[in-house]
Design a protein around this ligand. Structure first.
Ligand SMILES: [Cu+2]
Length: 325
């Protein structure tokens, strides 16, 4: 069954609609004929005097009707073929003008996500807001009483702040540099992650299984996929792997030796965290080659999602609801 909302899902619906229509017509006609011309029942021959039970009506027939039996199904099949090819175009040749580009590299036995363009994102719907300004980061949490501490990371420096009763807290720390990785993570008293603000700089890499692939929602993701070997140069001479997100019905191979790599396009439209699997046997530890893709909202935006419940969370969360692509 294809994942909801994909071009294949829509195609499945269209094929199903026409199959049912043709099925009703065909079987309706079949059963009408079975009942009407069954043994022992003389058909009403006043209008069908040429019908002889068990014999093909060769003497008198309706040429236009017989031609229609061929022409109409042919038109239907040609049209369904064009629909199917259109879905291929949507998957393999989309308009990539405003796409989010990322590299996915496969090693034995993990995936590496390499950011070729920066991404700044923040959780929404948590009642917490992170703002940067004038050499300080400010965390507002008026709508969330559970906030107990937050952690600010810029580059390789991490600072932690305990929070008392104030509803806002200024952390006197230099404004983040867009060329460096930065995050602000807000926790409750149990150490549970409540809210994340993150800036991923160009050139940053995340590796599975401990780090997820983070992509923005409602944007076409244009992923270039290469198979890497140990101490790899540009020849991409790893082994075969396949990047698979089962809930999205999405899979693409890594092909060793293919210098330009392979390409995968997808547009996530719901926030959340979804499992990744390697779907091509790639050696002894193939079974542990897993990961997660996390769909987030760019800072200052929200994802279009139906339930109203934001599901993005820490990399270890298992909120796999509404797996749509
Ligand atoms: Cu693999």
């Amino acid at each position: 069954m294809p994942a909801e909302d994909t071009v294949f899902w829509i195609l499945y619906d269209k094929y199903m609609f026409w199959s049912i229509l043709v099925g009703i017509f065909t079987f309706g006609w079949l059963f009408t004929a079975i009942l009407r011309y069954r043994d022992g029942v003389e058909p009403d021959t006043t209008e069908l005097d040429h019908i002889e039970v068990g014999a093909f009506p060769v003497d008198r027939h309706n040429t236009a009707l017989e031609a229609a039996f061929y022409v109409l199904p042919t038109i239907l099949v040609v049209w369904l073929t064009i629909l199917a090819l259109g879905s291929n175009t949507a998957v393999w040749d989309p308009d990539t003008e405003d796409s989010f580009e990322i590299n996915i590299n496969a090693y034995q036995w993990y995936f590496e996500f390499e950011y070729t363009e920066p991404l700044t994102w923040e959780d929404t719907g948590t009642g917490i807001n992170v703002q940067w300004g004038n050499g300080a980061v400010q965390v507002d949490w008026e709508d969330n009483p559970n906030v107990a501490s937050f952690e600010v990371k810029i580059g390789s420096d991490t600072v932690e702040y305990e929070i008392n009763e104030n509803s806002t807290e200024m952390a006197p720390i230099a404004t983040y540099d867009p060329g460096q990785y930065a995050h602000v993570k807000v926790f409750d008293s149990e150490g549970e992650l409540l809210h994340t603000w993150m800036h991923i700089q160009r050139g940053k890499t995340f590796n599975t299984p401990s780090e997820p692939m983070i992509v923005p929602c409602d944007e076409l993701v244009d992923a270039t996929m290469k198979s890497k070997g140990p101490g790899d140069d540009d020849r991409n001479v790893g082994v075969q792997h396949a990047f698979w997100v089962p809930e999205w019905g999405m899979k693409e191979d890594f092909v060793p030796g293919l210098e330009a790599g392979t390409t995968l396009y997808f547009m996530p439209d719901d926030s959340g965290t979804y499992p990744i699997r390697c779907a091509e046997y790639c050696g002894l530890q193939h079974s542990v080659m897993t990961g997660q893709v996390q769909v987030v909202a760019r800072e200052g935006t929200t994802c279009d999602f139906d339930s109203g419940v934001k599901k993005s969370g820490s990399g270890s969360s298992n909120s796999y609801g509404g797996g749509e692509m």
